[in-house]
Design a protein around this ligand. Structure first.
Ligand code: UDP
Length: 237
């Protein structure tokens, strides 16, 4: 089932291949890492394997809790079979604790615990540097309908509740994360990946950064940290 065919898209961290089934594609995770809108480039050994394994585990978890995703099955160390989506060009960021661009943009203190999750919309457009948008921008520029936007925000809130609890059991605080959704046969599904590339995790005891910030900020122990997150997930399946 689902024989790998031509490369149809290559992004910063993944390649997407067609299959002999028009409804299904394969995402293949690379070790390449980028930050600051592609200005910083590097490689993180085994990142593709780690992120594919973590994403497969998290999509399986979310599906078991009733979240509809593009995930079909894990094919190999680096490959995941997924439903072919037309991605909505809006990225949703969910924040539980202030970090990253929230701190820079608004001058608030890193580590401030937000009383309720804050959901932000970004225009998925590398040439423009993925600018922050409000709901009216998203709808009026045709990135998603008002109904789709409401639906993906509802999904994002549920996903946050599921993942926050899951990671806390693994001694990780889920600080913030990015989600992408797409349409498959008229249905909106969660797509892309969920990994230390797309989430911020802090150790729940020491607050040590356990995610791509180690690469972004040159904090060292990058590979070791990705493996540690993986082992906290697989070690307590
Ligand atoms: N994020 C992502 N892709 C992006 C931008 C952000 O996966 O193109 C994730 C990032 O890893 C973090 C969250 O979204 O977990 C919030 O990122 P933020 O807006 O703070 O931007 P950053 O500091 O990463 O530039």
């Amino acid at each position: 089932m689902a024989e790998k065919k031509a490369l149809i898209y290559e992004g910063k961290a993944k390649k997407v291949f067609a299959t002999d089934n028009a409804d299904l594609v394969i995402q293949d995770f690379k070790d390449d890492a980028t930050a600051f809108n592609g200005l910083k480039k590097g490689q993180i050994a085994d990142k593709g394997v780690v992120n594919n394994t973590i994403s497969c585990a998290l999509f399986t978890l979310l599906e078991s809790k009733g979240i509809r995703t593009h995930f079909v099955k894990k094919l190999s160390d680096r490959e995941m079979l997924i439903k072919h989506l037309t991605i909505l060009p809006v990225e949703l960021v969910v924040r539980n604790i202030a970090a990253g661009s929230l701190v820079k943009r608004y001058g608030i203190k890193e580590g401030l615990v937000l009383e309720q999750p804050v959901i932000e919309c970004y225009f998925k457009n590398d040439a423009l540097g993925d600018p922050l948008m409000n709901d009216d921008h998203v709808v009026m520029f045709g990135l998603a309908t008002r109904e789709q936007l409401a639906e993906i925000k509802t999904q994002a809130t549920k996903i946050n509740e599921i993942l926050k609890a899951y990671f806390l059991e693994r001694n990780l605080k889920l600080v913030d994360f990015k989600l992408e959704f797409g349409v498959h046969k008229g249905e909106v599904l969660l797509g892309d990946e969920i990994s230390p590339d797309t989430c911020r995790f802090w150790d729940s005891v020491t607050n040590e950064k356990m995610d791509k910030d180690r690469f972004r900020l040159d904090l060292g122990l990058v590979e070791e940290t990705y493996h540690e997150v993986l082992s906290r997930i697989t070690g307590k399946a």
